[in-house]
Design a protein around this ligand. Structure first.
Ligand SMILES: [Zn+2]
Length: 487
C-alpha cells in the first residue's frame, strides 16, 4: 500500500472518503473542526444530537457532505480524550479503514488530531493498514479490500514510512497465522523465513531433524515425533549495530498445528490450533519490521517449528525427555508441548550469550483464565528487564500484565522420576508453572516470557480488526528494540 502526506486542506481532498476522529463529549477539533466548518456546522450538530457516535470503535458515515470534495466523511469515535493512547489511535484508524475496506477504494484520506505525538500518528497509520486486511485468504469474494492509496492530513510526514512498515509487518504476521495448517507447516514457515532473510540481507540458519538430533534437542524432537512433518529450528540474525553491541534475542513458539498429541484436544479446542505458531510468526514479523526500519540494534530471532500430532511414533505420557542442556523432563501431558519446544530453543539462544531475551508463546489456557482474551501475561527472572518490556508495551498501547514467579511454583513441576515434569499439580497457576519450566533453560540471562494465548487470535471480529490472527505484541517488540537502540 502507499501512504503519503495530503497536500490540500481536508475539505478539498479528492478521495473516496476522508476519515476524521471525534473525542467523546467535545465539539469537533483538528481536522474534524475543519470538516465542521466546511459543512456549515453540520458535523457539530450531528455530534451534538447524538446521531454521530464518539465512543471508541463507533463508525458513522456521512455521505455527500456539503462543502466536501470527498465522496463521504467517515466519523470515527475516539472516546474520552484523557483515556486516549497509541493503542486507541491504532484502533480508531483501524475502525475507519475496516469499514471502508468492505468495498474497493482508490484513495482514502485520514485526518486525526494535529496535537498527537508522532508515535500516535505512526500507530494510526499501522492501524489503517491492519484494518483493511482480512482473514478471508481463500474466499473468491473478498470481504476486505486494501485501500488503494492513503493520504495523511497534518504535519506528521515522518511518521508515515514507519507506520507503513509496522502495519504491513503486522499483516505479514497475521497472514502466516491465518494460513491453514496444511499450508503453513514447519518447512513452509522456514521457507518464508528464508525469503525474509534473502529480501532483507539477514543471516539465517535452519536446523532440520538430522541436525536437531545431532545437536541433542531431545525435548523439541519428542514433540515432533507424532507428525510426518520435518521439525525446523530457524535462527535469523539482524545486525544493525556493531559487533560489540549487545544482542536482543527473540524466541518464538512455532507449533504449526497442535492436536494436543495423545492428550488430545476436543474438536472445539482444536479448531483454531493453526494459531499455535503465533509466537514464531510475531518474532519473524518483528525482525522484518526492525530490519526495514534499519534500527541501530542487534536482534536475533529463534523459532522452534513443529507439528504436534498423534502418529505411531508420538511421544507418550510417562516418557522422559533429555533436553539439550541435559535437564530431564517427565511428560505428564502431551498438550503441554509448547514449553518442551521452547526449552531447547531457549537453550540454543542462551548459548549465544544475548544480553537479554524475550520469548513469545501461545502457551497456556490458564493465562487466558487469569487475564482474559486481550491481555498478554508477562513472567520474568529479572524485574528491571520485565519493567522495560512492560513500558514498551504501554508506550504502544498493547495491554500486558505481570504474573508472579514465586519459588513455590517450582515445587509444582518437581518429578519423582526426572529433574522436572511438564505440568504443574492440578488446574491452578498453569501460566506460572509453564514459565517456571522455561526458566530452567535461560541460564542467568535477563529473560521475559510473554504468554500471548489470549491476544494472538480472535475468533470474533473487532470493530478495528477482522477475525483470526491479530499480530498482537509485534509493535511492542519493535518498541523494545527502539528503546535499546536509543540507550
Ligand atoms: Zn498444546
Amino acid at each position: 500500500m502507499n501512504v503519503r502526506p495530503a497536500e490540500k486542506p481536508i475539505a478539498q481532498i479528492q478521495a473516496d472518503a476522508v476519515v476524521v476522529g471525534l473525542y467523546a463529549d467535545e465539539p469537533p477539533s483538528g481536522p474534524a473542526a475543519d470538516v465542521d466548518k466546511a459543512t456549515g456546522g453540520l458535523l457539530g450538530r450531528l455530534v451534538e444530537s447524538g446521531e454521530i457516535g464518539t465512543g471508541p470503535g463507533t463508525v458513522t458515515p456521512l455521505l455527500a457532505a456539503p462543502g466536501m470534495a470527498a465522496g463521504q466523511v467517515v466519523c470515527v469515535g475516539l472516546g474520552p480524550r484523557k483515556l486516549f493512547d497509541a493503542g486507541a489511535a491504532f484502533r480508531a484508524a483501524g475502525s475507519g479503514a475496516k469499514y471502508l475496506a468492505a468495498r474497493p477504494r482508490a484513495r482514502v484520506a485520514f485526518g486525526f488530531d494535529s496535537q498527537w505525538p508522532a508515535a500516535w500518528h505512526e500507530a494510526a497509520v499501522a492501524g489503517a493498514i491492519v484494518g483493511c486486511h482480512g482473514e478471508d485468504l481463500y474466499r473468491a469474494e473478498k470481504k476486505r479490500h486494501p485501500l488503494g492509496e492513503i493520504l495523511w492530513v497534518g504535519k506528521e510526514a515522518a511518521a508515515l514510512p514507519g507506520g507503513l512498515i509496522l502495519g504491513e509487518s503486522i499483516n505479514f504476521v497475521r497472514r502466516l497465522v491465518d494460513e491453514p495448517p496444511d499450508s503453513m507447516y514447519p518447512e513452509s514457515f522456514a521457507g518464508v523465513a528464508r525469503q525474509v532473510a534473502r529480501d532483507l540481507g539477514l543471516e539465517i540458519e535452519v536446523w532440520d531433524r538430522a541436525k536437531l538430533t545431532q545437536e541433542r534437542c531431545g525435548s523439541l524432537l519428542a514433540v515432533a515425533r507424532g507428525s510426518h512433518r520435518e521439525p525446523q529450528l530457524v535462527q535469523i540474525h539482524y545486525r544493525g549495530a556493531g559487533k560489540s553491541a549487545p544482542t536482543l534475542a527473540l524466541i518464538g513458539k512455532g507449533v504449526t498445528f497442535d492436536s494436543g498429541g495423545l492428550s488430545i484436544k476436543t474438536n472445539d479446542q482444536m479448531k483454531t490450533m493453526k494459531c499455535d505458531m503465533a509466537g514464531a510468526a510475531t518474532v519473524l514479523g518483528a525482525i522484518r519490521a526492525i530490519a526495514m526500519l534499519k534500527l541501530p540494534v542487534n536482534v536475533s530471532g529463534y523459532m522452534g517449528l513443529v507439528e504436534n500430532m498423534t502418529g505411531p511414533a508420538a511421544f507418550k505420557l510417562g516418557d522422559v525427555l533429555t533436553a539439550r542442556n541435559g535437564v530431564t523432563i517427565e511428560v505428564h501431558n502431551t498438550d503441554a508441548e509448547g514449553r518442551l519446544v521452547l526449552a531447547d530453543v531457549l537453550t540454543v539462544a542462551a548459548e549465544q550469550h544475548p544480553a537479554r531475551m524475550i520469548d513469545l508463546a501461545t502457551l497456556t489456557g490458564a493465562c487466558m483464565v487469569a487475564l482474559g482474551e486481550n491481555v498478554a501475561g508477562l513472567m520474568t527472572n529479572d524485574q528491571a528487564w520485565c519493567d522495560e518490556v512492560a513500558a514498551a508495551a504501554c508506550e504502544v498501547g498493547e495491554p500486558v500484565w505481570q504474573l508472579p514467579m514465586y519459588a513455590e511454583f517450582d515445587e509444582q513441576i518437581a518429578s519423582r522420576v526426572a529433574d522436572i515434569k511438564n505440568t504443574g499439580e492440578g488446574r491452578y497457576g498453569g501460566a506460572m508453572t509453564a514459565a517456571k519450566l522455561l526458566a530452567r533453560f535461560v541460564e542467568d540471562i535477563p529473560w521475559t516470557h510473554i504468554d500471548i494465548a489470549g491476544p494472538a487470535y480472535t475468533e470474533k471480529p473487532k470493530a478495528w480488526l477482522d477475525g483470526g490472527a491479530t499480530g498482537a505484541l509485534m509493535r511492542s517488540l519493535v518498541e523494545v528494540a527502539r528503546r535499546i537502540s536509543s540507550e
